[in-house]
Structure formats: structure tokens, C-alpha cells
Design a protein around this ligand. Structure first.
Ligand code: UD1
Length: 377
């Protein structure tokens, strides 16, 4: 009988939780083959940014909380590196799994590879080709050191091969974030989220904006101004990330008007409940471009580029550019976008985690040495 494998997942931020939850569930269904350990770096720490997702997704409490919190990129990355190393030395996992492209992802991948532990990267191979995005560096570094590259989009394979990653390490498993959406669909619909916000299904715009390029600079004031203009035409609901809210408060932009509703960050079910019944979504998020593609909801992305081009080619996504003046075009675009077909994407089917766990079961892994490598100096 094959030996039981110990898999350790590292999560840190909101989108990580949705990408990892189905893998945790699937590993739990195969206890004869796997033991699982969950580490939360604490990059996101507010209840609304973290705890609510663990509760809703049924992931259970993390086994280790690193409590790294906020800070500069260097501080956050360094804290994960320093605090994760003793955990990996104590747990001695056979594989470390990291999802997505946040600072916690890159930091955890580095710690594992330095300890000679195989790394699996969920959502490998995405590229925006924009090095000014911190996430692009995180993706490139994680993919450069990962042994198991779990992809969910065809161009990811090309990107990885171009960077010299071996074809044998690339596994087209599909999209675990969509697994969560499929698994939670009934609960999402049951929230009745639009009614709670007194919104008529199909009539309103959902907005999420949190990227530094948009919210930390001079573009934010124009963005809020434009959203007020849209709100005169259709209701706008804007669950604001803490970073965005802080930036708005600093500029005195908080005061809304009846059509523009700025809320606290929402939980997973309530947020997707709003998105699934929206006329459209305006965002700078990565994951939401995919969720709207799956749901067939028109999405307008306020960025110059996307690491998820398939959402524009086959899905419902339109790149507006990093140009808030384009926000005013959204209501008219929505009138023509309604009914635009979108295609089901292969592997975005609710079974990606099963395929990842199949790979983890079959992968040839080096034997665990059980000893820490010698100190670097
Ligand atoms: C991070 C990721 C980004 C991802 C996003 C998802 C990096 C570089 N960025 O961005 O790729 O799209 O998560 O949400 O890893 N804050 C709180 N409470 C929290 C978390 C954050 O108040 O629970 C505030 C703090 O002021 C913090 C700021 O938000 O400084 C930014 O948080 P941080 O985790 O550094 O980056 P995000 O903008 O959330």
C-alpha cells in the first residue's frame, strides 16, 4: 500500500481561502492516503477579511496561525519566511501547497524550497506581463521554484514553458476557485442578498476596487466621482476593502449619495449572492474576472492588463484600462452586453480539487529526509 502523504497548505488572504478550501475538503475525503495541515499566515486578519470565509467554506480552524499582519512588502514577506520555517521543520510535510499570487504565496514557496520540500502552486502560469504589479513578481517566483504547477487556463502552459519550466511538472487541473462556487451555488442563491440590500435583481452594479495602482494614488478621487455619476443611472453597491476605505477616508471621499452604497467587506456567500444577480460588475480583482465569467455576468476590469486573458476571449470580461473616466461608459455597455454568450471553460467544472489530489497521490516525490538542511552560513 502507498505511504500516507502529508500535505501542508499555506493561505494568507481572502482569495487564497476560496482556492484552497476544495483541496482541503478533497484531501479530507481520502484519509487513508493523506494527512493535511493548514497554515494561515495572517496577511489578512480582520474577521470580515478572514474568519468569515473559514466559517462559510467549512474549512475548520487553521493548525498554525503565523500572525504576520500588515506591513511593507518586505516586512510581510520576511515575517512569513521567518515564522513559517519552524512550522515546516516541525511538521515535515511531503508537499507544501500555495495558491494564487499574494505575498504569502511567494514567501511560503521560498521557505519550502529552501528546506528541500516539494512545492505545488495552485493557479500557476498566469502572467499579466506587467512587472509593476507586485502579484506578477509573486507569480514568477512561485512558479520558478514549484515542482507541481497546477494550471487552469491554456495560456498558462505556454507561459511556464517559455520560462523553462518542465512540461512534466505542469498539470492542467482546472479552477479550484470555481470548485468553491459550484459547491456553494445553492447557499449563494439562498442568501437573497439583493433583497437584503433592497436591490432589484438584474438592475445594479457591484464594484470592488483595491489595487494600489488605483486606490493609493491620484486616480481614486476621479473613480469615486465617476461612480457617483453611474449611481445616478443605476444603483451601485461597493463593498470596500479596508485599504480602499482608508484611502477614501484620507481624501474625504466617504460621503455617498443614495445610489452609491459603500459597505464593509462582505462574506463570500453574500458577495457572490450580489454578483450572481447583478447587471454587471466593475472590478480590479483577478478572481472576480473568473467568477463573473463562470456566472455569465458582464465584468468591466479597471486595469491596463489581465493575467486572465481567457476571461476576455471566452468570457464576459472587458478591459477598460486603468482609466476611471471609462467608468461612465459602463451603463451603456451593460445595455448592449446583456445576453452576450459566454462559453464554459474546460476544467472550470467543480472537480479541479479532485484532479489536484489525484496528482498529489500519484506524484513521484523525493523521500523525506527528516533533517533540516545545514545553516546557510
Ligand atoms: C492582497 C494581495 C492582492 C490580493 C488581495 C486580495 C499582495 C501583494 N497583495 O492585497 O494580490 O488581490 O490581497 O484581497 O499580497 N487590511 C486590513 N485588514 C485586513 C487586511 C488588510 O485592514 O485584514 C488593510 C491594511 O491597512 C493593509 C492593507 O489593507 O495594510 C493592505 O493589505 P495587504 O494584505 O498588504 O494587501 P491587499 O491590498 O489586501
Amino acid at each position: 500500500m502507498a505511504a500516507r502523504r502529508k500535505i501542508l497548505s499555506v493561505v494568507g488572504t481572502r482569495p487564497n481561502f476560496m482556492k484552497t478550501a476544495p483541496v482541503v475538503g478533497e484531501l479530507g475525503r481520502r484519509p487513508d492516503r493523506f494527512e493535511h495541515v493548514l497554515v494561515h499566515t495572517g496577511q489578512h486578519y480582520d474577521d470580515a477579511m478572514s474568519r468569515v470565509f473559514f466559517e462559510e467554506l467549512g474549512v475548520g480552524e487553521p493548525d498554525h496561525m503565523l500572525g504576520v499582519g500588515s506591513g511593507s512588502h518586505a516586512q510581510q514577506t520576511a515575517r512569513v519566511i521567518e515564522r513559517l520555517e519552524p512550522v515546516l521543520l516541525a511538521e515535515e510535510p511531503d508537499v507544501v501547497l500555495v495558491p494564487g499570487d499574494v505575498n504569502s504565496t511567494m514567501a511560503a514557496a521560498l521557505v519550502a524550497v529552501k528546506l528541500d520540500i516539494p512545492v505545488g502552486h495552485i493557479e500557476a502560469g498566469l502572467r499579466s506581463f506587467d512587472r509593476s504589479m507586485p502579484e506578477e513578481t509573486n507569480r514568477i517566483v512561485a512558479d520558478a521554484v514549484a515542482d507541481l504547477l497546477f494550471i487552469h487556463s491554456p495560456e498558462a502552459r505556454d507561459n511556464l514553458l517559455r520560462e523553462g519550466r518542465p512540461a512534466s511538472g505542469i498539470h492542467d487541473v482546472g479552477n479550484t476557485m470555481i470548485d468553491t462556487l459550484v459547491a456553494m451555488r445553492e447557499h449563494i442563491e439562498a442568501t437573497g442578498a439583493p433583497i437584503d440590500y433592497d436591490l432589484e435583481p438584474g438592475s445594479y452594479l457591484v464594484v470592488t476596487l483595491h489595487r494600489p495602482a488605483l486606490v493609493d494614488g491620484s486616480l481614486l478621487a476621479e473613480t469615486v466621482d465617476q461612480l457617483r455619476g453611474v449611481a445616478a443611472e443605476m444603483p451601485v453597491v461597493f463593498p470596500a476593502h479596508p485599504r480602499t476605505r482608508a484611502a477614501m477616508e484620507a481624501l474625504g471621499l466617504e460621503a455617498g449619495d443614495p445610489g452609491l452604497r459603500i459597505t464593509e467587506p462582505l462574506g463570500y456567500l453574500e458577495f457572490l449572492g450580489l454578483v450572481a444577480a447583478a447587471a454587471g460588475v466593475l472590478t480590479d480583482s483577478g478572481g472576480i474576472q473568473e467568477e463573473t465569467t463562470f456566472l455569465g455576468i458582464p465584468c468591466f476590469t479597471l486595469r491596463d492588463n489581465t493575467e486572465r486573458p481567457i476571461t476576455c476571449e471566452l468570457g464576459t470580461n472587458t478591459l477598460l484600462g486603468l482609466d476611471p473616466t471609462r467608468i461612465g461608459d459602463v451603463p451603456a455597455a451593460l445595455r448592449t452586453a446583456a445576453g452576450r454568450p459566454h462559453r464554459a471553460l474546460p476544467g472550470w467544472d467543480g472537480h479541479a480539487a479532485q484532479r489536484i489530489v489525484d496528482v498529489l497521490a500519484a506524484a513521484r516525490l523525493p523521500a523525506r529526509s527528516g533533517r533540516a538542511p545545514a545553516p546557510a552560513a
